[in-house]
Design a protein. Sequence first.
Length: 136
Amino acid sequence: MLPPETRGGESTEKVSELVVLKPSSHTTKRGAETDPKIKRFEYLWEHSFRSQIEILELLRDRGPTQKEELRRFFKPILQQQGYTFEMFLQFLLGYNLATLLGEDSNHLEIAITAFGEEFLAFLRDHRYDKNLKPAL
């Protein structure tokens, strides 16, 4: 700051400013700008298993897949940890990452939602490594 000085007979006192920088409510631990959707993505990342992310990737790459086919594929992993396929799948359905297609319970398909695709894009763009997560 400049010292007090006199200009044209008037005295200008030294004024000090205190600037307080607060963490923005729009930053994350990764420093990315956030909005409610990104906060939700980070929550989902923290609470998902690697295998759930792998199911989303499979659905993104293959399109809608028979529920029973996914059940057969993931059943061995789930049984080791005491989970049922329905418990595992409920996470994806409950958070709108995937959806069930069809009305015949014997031929239901599971498809990734637009939100699920956005979640995978978020993980890719922010370099989240699914291999660091527990398999189940």
